[in-house]
Design a protein. Structure first.
Length: 121
């Protein structure tokens, strides 16, 4: 069973995202901040990470950089799902190695999950 790590500090959104992937047959864990995410990624070993950028303790861009700088973690696809829609945020995330970028207000969770499934094949 493929594994998805949801990194989202808003509990309601995290629950909705997690349920969307579970309903598609994936094993899911949720991390509420960047520090927690980095701990879980090493033990859970996800096949995909859905990452918010604005989080307490360690922001999403710092998490993304840390993931992509680690030889053991760099190949895990990271899909960004955030409220930040500015071109600079998109550019920064994609340059750091994000596989895809979705703005929460512009994309339904199921649409993001539809596209994110492509990275789980």
């Amino acid at each position: 069973m493929k594994k998805v790590l949801i990194v989202e500090d808003e509990k309601i959104l995290a629950d909705v995202e997690a349920e969307e992937f579970r309903s598609r047959g994936y094993e899911v864990q949720v991390a509420e901040n960047g520090d927690e995410a980095m701990g879980q990624v090493k033990t859970f070993k996800p096949d995909l990470i859905v990452l918010d950028l604005i989080m307490p303790k360690k922001g999403g861009l710092a998490v993304l950089k840390e993931l992509k700088d680690d030889p053991e973690l760099k190949d895990i696809p990271v899909v960004v799902l955030t409220n930040l829609s500015e071109d600079k945020s998109v550019k920064d995330a994609m340059e750091l190695g994000a596989a895809d970028y979705f703005v929460k207000t512009e994309n339904a969770i199921y649409e993001m999950a539809d596209k994110a499934q492509n990275y789980l094949k």
